[in-house]
Ligand binder design. Structure first.
Ligand code: HEM
Length: 480
């Protein structure tokens, strides 16, 4: 273990910073010619500067036109000639793989691994190479360069996953995403953005450093050169059923408007002060969207603006994380059951008090599939027939203590607060209409929104190791 801050030249860049590129292409690959792959790994980490280099975390004045990162499964490590004993030094959940954890993380029913796309069920799933670019031509040419390695015989291409950002940083369901990310100690950060959360120990993101859990360093796979400064990603292909979600907003708004509590939930007439003014039904739909997430769809935290997405004066961009939950102990503004409060309770009083700031994860996500247009549903009989969703990487030094604990304990079971245990995360829960329930506290009572289905379906995914640059060189030597 080291207390030192990481050498950013050794760390893959996508762990510590979002590139904010418009386009991402994930190439899902098997290793066909390990010698060729090994040589490419060596070339791409300094041996041959004519080869596109794997992007590290060093600061840059200007973002390059393309970035390149890699991650691998345990099978990928073996395919690169890493021996079994070494693979076994990796954490058991990584070695077992995402599909084996399906029940725990809620991939059941339609989301069960037996329904996943073939690339995610393939024993040949070894490597993910991710290409980030601003324009299609750059994305395509770098992807082709990768696929041409070894005369085109280095890799087998299992799948090409293309993601493209929507204007305004929106994702499907219409929310603005990628606003909250952990800010790490000792790493160059934009510190002029107020955030009431403590800086996070770098060991939450990189292997080999102190973590937010006192006296805990997550196990570093051996040898040290392979494990140190690495990280893990829970990569998920999450299909989003946007039409069904919009329908849920309409039904829930109508339920609330029909109740005697409507004006307590949203003061009568306030929608006329919104910019632009909207109908009472539309305002209530937007309020439900904000309550189930924790932000209005434009990114304004509901905690900072309980009754309007367009407060005056406006909340500036830098202040979008300048909020806490302790003063809202009963969730009257931001419900405890909201997606954000479940996945990061910040300073709220929760049952497992010591875990409050300990499960921070880095999120790198981009939408795939066409943007939903409510005026033009894809098909009249089934508006969600066209597949669209999120290509999401949930990154941290421990899959077990971060991604899985958030997904299982907090999102799926609601164990953080007895008042929401057994209720659902509307956005990402594995919701069953027979039992689903969202608890919306109002005054001294609670409105229960019920009967909603799941709005995301897992179409595949994998647990991936994100090696450091020295580890990639080590792997290159082992394979070449
Ligand atoms: C399609 C699926 C998902 C959608 C549409 C979604 C959407 C969002 C949005 C819009 C935000 C608020 C934007 C921001 O603050 O950056 C957010 C925050 C967050 N989400 Fe998700 N999410 C999804 C899946 C997940 C999953 C699977 C996890 C974890 C297992 C997760 C964990 C988080 C966390 C940790 C935050 C930040 C909360 C905070 O720091 O306050 N999300 N999500």
């Amino acid at each position: 273990m080291t207390d030192a801050t990481p050498d950013l030249a050794d760390v893959q860049g996508n762990i510590l910073r979002g590139y904010r590129k418009h386009l991402v292409r994930h190439l899902v690959l098997s290793v066909r010619d390990r010698h060729a792959v090994g040589n490419w790994l060596l070339d791409a980490t300094g041996r041959d500067l004519a080869t596109h280099q794997i992007t590290n975390a060093e600061p840059w004045d200007e973002s390059p036109s393309t970035c390149l990162n890699i991650a691998m499964t345990p099978q990928g490590l073996s395919a690169l000639n890493v021996d079994h004993a070494t693979v076994e030094t990796f954490p058991p959940e990584f070695v077992a793989g995402m599909a084996s954890r399906a029940t725990k993380i809620g991939d059941v029913g339609e989301s069960a691994p037996e329904h996943w796309k073939p690339e995610w069920r393939s024993p040949e799933l070894h490597l993910m190479v991710s290409v980030f670019a601003d324009v299609e031509a750059d994305r395509d040419s770098l992807s082709s360069e990768v696929l041409a390695i070894g005369g085109g015989r280095a890799f087998g291409l299992l799948a090409t996953l293309d993601g493209a950002g929507f204007p305004g940083g929106l994702v499907h369901f219409g929310y603005r995403d990628s606003i909250s990310q952990p800010r790490f100690m000792g790493v160059r950060e934009v510190l002029n953005r107020p955030d009431r959360q403590p800086l996070v120990e770098i060991g939450a993101a990189l292997l080999g450093y102190p973590t937010p859990i006192e006296d805990v360093v997550f196990d570093v796979p051996k040898p040290e050169v392979l494990g140190f400064n690495g990280s893990f990603s829970a990569f998920r292909v999450l299909e989003q059923r946007v039409a069904a979600f919009e329908e849920f907003l309409t039904t829930s708004a109508a339920t609330i408007l029909a109740s005697s509590l409507a004006d307590e939930v949203l003061p009568a007439g306030i929608e006329k002060t919104w910019l632009p003014p909207v109908s009472r039904l539309d305002a209530m739909r937007e309020l439900v969207a904000a309550k189930v997430l924790g932000r209005w769809r434009n990114g304004v935290p509901i905690e900072m603006s309980p009754h309007t997405p367009t407060p005056q004066p406006p909340i500036t961009e830098e202040r979008l994380n300048d909020f806490a939950y302790q003063q809202d102990a009963d969730g009257l503004v931001c419900p405890m059951a909201s997606h954000m409060r479940r996945s990061n309770p910040r300073d709220a009083r929760i049952v497992q008090r010591s875990t409050n700031h300990s499960r921070r994860i880095v999120r790198r996500g981009i939408p795939y599939g066409p943007q939903f247009d409510p005026a033009q549903p894809d098909l009249p009989d089934d508006p969600d027939k066209v597949e669209r969703g999120l290509l999401g990487a949930f990154i941290g030094a421990s899959l077990l203590s971060q991604f899985e604990s958030i997904q299982y304990d907090w999102i799926n079971l609601g164990l953080l607060d007895p008042r929401i245990t057994g209720t659902n995360d509307v956005i990402v829960g594995n919701n069953d209409p027979a039992f689903s329930c969202f608890a919306l506290p109002v005054g001294d009572t609670t409105i229960e929104l019920r009967g909603f289905s799941r709005f995301i379906v897992t179409r595949g995914g994998a647990y991936l190791f994100i090696p450091s640059l020295p580890a990639i060189r080590y792997l290159g030597q082992s394979a070449a």
